[in-house]
Design a protein around this ligand. Structure first.
Ligand code: ADP
Ligand code: ASP
Ligand code: MG
Length: 396
């Protein structure tokens, strides 16, 4: 069972979470619980790190990532302890576990570490003795023996990884929505809740902007075949059906084979704050892509969509690609610094764009999706445009 930030936002909600856990324990299940920090807490901790005065009293964007992890991992330490206390007060045997105590071993990429290995033997033994394991999400321990965090939204990944390590029947992700919808229900109220979504579709939705699950958690669920349920923590824990083990309310993320009717389009994801860069009249020679994207990668700039148009005589090419808006100034300065090596005329850019993605495994064998999509976009001209040259605030 994993509970996100809004689900543990205060003591009253933590008590409610404890009731969900009690329901499962009373039904005879062995339970491991993963918790996030109280909502807003991680943002506050990140801001403290960023605002701490550095050299000569000036606030600098550069800081020691290991200390960033030491600070931002603390939010989950608090909620894991509080939930263990709430459970104990209900007469349930429970204890908190920090990532290093289990241990959850990660790589050395502080701030965005990947889980390498989890030794589940201790918690399996304790769960077998009837003790609920309350695990602090979002954190592990690196090869340098220091706290490492898993990137924002990383508690989902902790939960799926623990589920795989203890060979759980299932991983239930409790959050502030009652399942996965065709698109973000907070933006589009008429979005529909889905009963089942394949791992592959969920992976695409998550990586294209649906932040209901962290991308890495879906990758892990797919690789280890962890059946994952997204469901609401805000329901009354004892409402009818909440304890239905085989068919709980929510969305099941599972293998494609479990889905009988495959939709052409399952969902729509969006990402805001994208920026577009066009390098005009680049000499079209082998190795030019490496000359452009190499320095950007070294500067840790994540390039997303790439379009290349070749001039009629094939000698020059226009390279257009997108980066997160926040990285635009850095990307432009990296490109300018490498202008001679790359060989382009001019770098044009535009920020404040959005990306809309349509997802569905049925699309593999169906034509006409793009036609339907392009019929709908012009109905809202302020958010769509056809020509990349015309300026508008956002683009679909
Ligand atoms: P938690 O704190 O529990 O981890 P998150 O805020 O990370 O919760 O994720 C839940 C949120 O994901 C919802 O409040 C919703 O606004 C958003 N969301 C985005 N896309 C979807 C979608 N397709 N279906 C459901 N929720 C979505
Ligand atoms: N507390 C962390 C975050 O806000 C991890 C999580 O909530 O999943 O990113
Ligand atoms: Mg989340």
């Amino acid at each position: 069972m994993k509970f996100g930030g809004t689900s543990v936002a205060n003591l009253e909600r933590i008590h409610n979470v404890a009731r969900h856990v009690k329901r499962e324990v009373d039904a005879g299940h062995e339970v491991a619980v993963v918790v996030s920090a109280m909502s807003g807490k991680t943002n506050e901790l990140v801001a403290w790190v960023q605002d701490t005065p550095k050299v000569n009293g000036a606030s600098s964007p550069f800081y020691d990532a290991r200390e960033y992890d030491a600070v931002v991992a603390s939010g989950e330490q608090v909620t894991s302890g509080l939930l263990a206390i709430a459970l104990q007060s209900m007469g349930i045997n429970a204890r908190s576990w920090q990532g290093w105590q289990i241990p959850i071993r990660t790589d050395n990429a502080h701030g965005a570490a990947r889980i390498l290995e989890i030794d589940g033997s201790d918690i399996i033994k304790r769960m077998g003795e009837g003790q609920v394991a309350v695990v602090a999400g979002f954190q592990g321990i690196g090869p340098d023996n220091r706290l490492a965090t898993l990137g924002r939204g990383g508690s989902d990944t902790s939960a799926v990884a623990i589920a795989a390590a203890v060979k759980a029947d299932r991983c239930d992700i409790y959050t502030d929505v009652d399942g996965v919808y065709t698109t973000d229900p907070r933006i589009v109220p008429k979005a529909r809740r889905m009963k089942k979504v394949s791992f592959e579709e969920m992976l695409e939705m998550a990586s294209l902007g649906s932040k209901v699950l962290q991308v890495r958690s879906v990758e892990l669920a797919m690789v280890h075949k962890v059946r994952t349920f997204v469901r609401s923590s805000f329901e009354d824990p004892d409402a009818p059906g909440m304890g239905d083990f085989l068919n709980p309310p929510g969305t099941l993320i599972c293998d494609e084979e479990e889905i009988v009717e495959q939709e052409v389009v399952t969902g729509i994801a969006y990402a805001k704050d994208e920026a577009q860069i066009s390098l005009r009249r680049v000499a079209d020679r082998p190795g030019v892509s490496a000359a452009i994207f190499g320095p950007l990668a070294e500067a840790h700039i994540n390039v997303d969509m790439i379009v290349q148009n070749i001039s009629e005589d094939g000698s020059k090419t226009d390279m257009t690609f997108t980066v997160p808006s926040g990285d635009l100034p850095k990307a432009i300065s990296v490109l300018d610094a490498n202008k001679d090596k790359i060989g382009f005329d001019v770098a044009q850019s535009e920020s404040g764009l959005a990306k809309v993605s349509v997802i569905g495994i049925g699309m593999r064998s169906h034509a006409g999706v793009l036609r339907r999509l392009s019929r709908h976009l012009p109905k809202n001209p302020s958010t769509s445009r056809r020509s990349p040259r015309r300026k508008s605030r956002s683009r679909s």
